[in-house]
Design a protein around this ligand. Structure first.
Ligand code: NAD
Length: 506
């Protein structure tokens, strides 16, 4: 297939994904044949897609003539045999290995010897589908995201026997339709679902350890780190019934890799029907229109006059901390033993550990997360013994200029440090394992997961050696191998190299 323009593309399965794929390729100038096992479903899908494309005429994005041309390129089929002249067939049927294998056998028997067969599977191993075929070199994954026309990324899954030519052709066709095509190995979760694990697993672990509540985790990740939604808001949107299966399946497929170990908090909630928006209650509660019900706001303590504050001279945000304490009318003291409140800013360690290391009175100590931008949201961490008086003094002080404050219990690495270090570590290991290139990983994550930037660029902004020290401190504090750093991160941090690197320097 030297020319990838004006191809004939088959789409099997006319459901949610199939319809989107038909629209994408028809708009890109290809002839599209759509087949579905259910009688009349493909014709209905083509009408639906035509309706979607027709909206572009109403909005002046395409002319009536262009619409008719696109419509004329879409054909409903009522038998697999009608896909015989397809250059590429994309399968988007039910997620069932045996049914997919049967379909691929039927397809291979009717298409030409060099036609490409691609599966839109989200969780099956492409090699298991390809193994049913006589020409596995022509079989690959082509994983789109819902809604296909708007989610501008697709994963081309190069399975163990997929030819380089098949990968290159699928990539070129997808990119000519305006989507970024990223190449990934045939590994659990492929690239994007794999890279997205950290936000959920570490968010759940923070709640499981009673460090903070779900809304605290969401507030920090959304307001301070710039995520569109926090992990619990996302879980409520997707539905915990669906997400719990993905979490379990990726963990199983990775042979119980501790980094992906699902939380034991999930199963009882699924059993109780707390799925999220669709069931009216998940981590949050929703009204009958699906709107999140607001939680009761915590009462704000008043700032006591003459509060004496000691600030760790090694704090990363020393100047900002001092300025805001002084502006609030607190008195900054040089001797911690005289202070009502001692403020520390540890990276990776908990407040108790930092207080002990500095010889502070832990009952009068709190920690402030140095990772979250000071002007956006502040996380105040208590030691295991901080008094209510010191806690209220800290809450009053750090909220005195109107910036929202999240209060958490003692934890090695605050919410943001833990979640960000986990996301960056998983990304480093994706590169270590050759699952995707740095460039594909960095483009795929913002496009597929909606994160504000690529995970390695984020790691560079925080600093590779700082991410490494957070992971090592967490590993030391918990003994949990989930925090063991990727060798790729360890080496780059040791060499002082950035994480976003040209391919030649991998
Ligand atoms: P869907 O249920 O909306 O549609 C599936 C369609 O396939 C149905 O119309 C059904 O009649 C048809 N079908 C079933 N068996 C068939 C067969 N043997 N031959 C021909 N047609 C058959 O499903 P969907 O959500 O579009 O998902 C399709 C595939 O895409 C699955 O593999 C799924 O895992 C994957 N996927 C889904 C999403 C998503 O968000 N929905 C995202 C990425 C990937």
């Amino acid at each position: 297939m030297s020319d990838i323009r004006n191809l004939t593309i088959g789409v099997v399965g006319a459901g949610t994904m199939g319809r989107g794929i038909v629209q994408l390729f028809a708009q890109a100038g290809h002839r599209v044949h759509c087949f579905d096992a259910q009688s009349g479903a493909s014709a209905k899908a083509i009408d639906y897609v035509a309706g979607m494309i027709g909206r572009g005429v109403d909005k002046g994005r395409i002319t009536a003539e262009q619409f008719l041309q696109i419509q004329g390129r879409m054909h409903a089929c009522d038998a697999v045999l009608q896909l015989a002249d397809c250059d590429v067939v994309v399968e988007a049927i039910v997620e069932d290995l045996e049914i997919k294998r049967q379909l691929f056998r039927e397809l291979e028997a009717v298409v030409s010897d060099n036609a490409i067969l691609a599966s839109n599977t989200s969780s099956l191993t492409v090699a298991e589908i390809a193994a049913a075929c006589a020409r596995p070199q022509n079989v690959a994954g082509l994983h789109f995201f819902n809604p296909v026309p708007l989610m501008k990324v697709a994963e081309v899954i190069a399975s163990v026997r997929t030819s380089a030519q098949t990968v290159a052709t699928l990539k070129a066709i997808t990119e000519s339709a305006g989507h970024r095509a990223v190449v990934t190995a045939d590994q659990p979760g492929f690239l994007i679902n794999h890279a997205g694990r950290g936000l959920y697993t570490e968010g759940l672990r923070v709640v499981e350890e009673q460090v903070a509540g779900p809304s605290d985790v969401d507030d920090v990740m959304r307001d301070a780190m710039g995520f569109r939604m926090g992990p619990f808001e996302l879980l409520d949107l997707t539905g915990l019934d669906v997400s719990s299966k993905v979490m379990a399946s990726i963990y199983e497929q990775f042979q119980h890799e501790p980094r992906f170990r699902p939380s034991s908090l999930v199963a009882p909630r699924v059993a109780a029907g707390l799925f999220g928006r669709k069931s009216g209650e998940g981590w949050y509660r929703y009204d009958s229109d699906g709107r999140k019900l607001a939680a009761q706001a915590r009462e704000k303590p008043a700032l006591a006059a003459g509060l004496q504050v000691w600030i760790d001279p090694e704090a990363s945000g020393l100047v900002a901390l001092r300025d805001m304490a002084a502006a609030a009318g607190a008195q900054i003291v040089a001797d911690s033993s005289n202070a009502d409140l001692a403020v520390v800013q540890p990276w990776g360690h908990d407040a108790t550990t930092r207080a002990l290391a500095l010889g502070l009175e832990a009952s009068r100590c709190v920690a402030i997360d140095p990772m979250t931008p000071f002007a956006l949201r502040r996380t105040v961490m208590l030691t295991a013994t901080t008094t209510a008086h010191a806690r209220d003094a800290a809450l009053a002080l750090f909220a005195s200029d109107g910036v929202p404050v999240t209060l958490i219990n003692d934890s090695a690495g605050f919410i943001a440090q833990r979640v960000m270090a986990t996301i960056v570590n998983i990304a480093c290991n994706i590169v270590q394992r050759g699952i995707a290139s740095v460039a594909d990983l960095e483009d795929a994550v913002p496009l597929g997961l909606g994160y504000p930037r690529g995970p390695l660029a984020w790691g560079d902004q925080i600093g590779a050696s700082r991410i490494l020290s957070i992971l090592r401190a967490q590993q030391e504090a918990t003994g949990d191998p989930r925090y063991r750093p990727s060798p790729w991160l360890v080496r780059r941090a040791a060499l002082g190299l950035p994480l976003v690197t040209p391919e030649t320097q991998r």
